[in-house]
Design a protein around this ligand. Structure first.
Ligand SMILES: Nc1ncnc2c1ncn2[C@@H]1O[C@H](COP(=O)(O)OP(=O)(O)O)[C@@H](O)[C@H]1O
Ligand SMILES: [Mg+2]
Length: 214
């Protein structure tokens, strides 16, 4: 008690394996950490109906009119609510908080992918987060093509072919992510996420154990 917790984010392109790996890591951490562990996600957040409502809006296909900058603001609004209502109270309680995506996703997807510009998206997010950055970020490194292949192969209603615009978008996302990794090697832990699932889990587990000194 009295000691601030630790914030860890999982980041990487779609299909990198973040959510699947986190599920396994969660099962291993639960017996060790018990109530000291909080797993959450963005957009949205654990026990955060307001942020989850914004998530529903963002992921809905009902709003094709969604403007790129509105999208940035909605992600930032959800993040703000997630931070003040879920993350910061848990950290103040000394908890280990692991979030499936956080700030870097906006920089990579809206800044890089949607070409709004990394600086602009950073400044909106600086307002939203007041500079709260994860202590550690596990980056699941996959070539964009690999991630898209994995996602597409689980879709039944789509032909399994890679659309050029889709590849270009995901390349920009990946490049923006890799710039962030290069700029902050102290925060990022890089995982080769192209190898088989069990090996990705083991690599991630080693990093998490090291971070938490387990
Ligand atoms: N290392 C891996 N090798 C092969 N398939 C994987 C691997 N990691 C995840 N997958 C598969 O890829 C798909 C996307 O995984 P997911 O965990 O949802 O990725 P993310 O959360 O990063 O978008 C799932 O069908 C998952 O089973
Ligand atoms: Mg996921």
């Amino acid at each position: 008690m009295g000691e601030r917790g630790i914030l860890i984010s999982f980041e990487g392109p779609d299909g990198a394996g973040k959510t699947s790996v986190l599920k396994v890591i969660l099962e291993r951490l639960k017996p060790v950490l018990g109530d000291r562990l909080l797993v959450t996600r963005e957009p949205g957040g654990n026990n955060n109906p307001l942020a989850e409502s914004i998530r529903d809006m963002l992921l809905s296909s009902d709003y094709p009119e969604l403007d790129d900058r509105t999208e940035v603001l909605l992600f930032a609004a959800a993040r703000r609510q997630h931070l003040v209502q879920t993350i910061l109270p848990a950290l103040a309680d000394g908890k280990i908080v692991i979030s499936d995506r956080y700030l870097d996703s906006s920089i990579a997807y809206q800044g890089g992918g949607r070409e709004i510009g990394v600086e602009k998206v950073m400044s909106v997010n600086e307002f939203a987060t007041e500079g709260v950055v994860p202590d550690y970020t596990i980056y699941f490194d996959v070539k964009p093509e690999v991630g898209i292949q994995r996602i597409n192969s689980t879709r039944t209603n789509e032909i399994n072919r890679l659309d050029q615009a889709e590849i270009a978008f995901h390349k920009r996302v990946s490049n923006a992510y890799l710039d962030l990794v290069a700029a902050d090697p102290g925060r990022f832990r890089l995982i080769n996420a192209e190898i088989n699932f069990d090996s990705v889990v083991e690599e991630t587990w080693q990093e998490v154990k090291t971070i938490l000194q387990l």
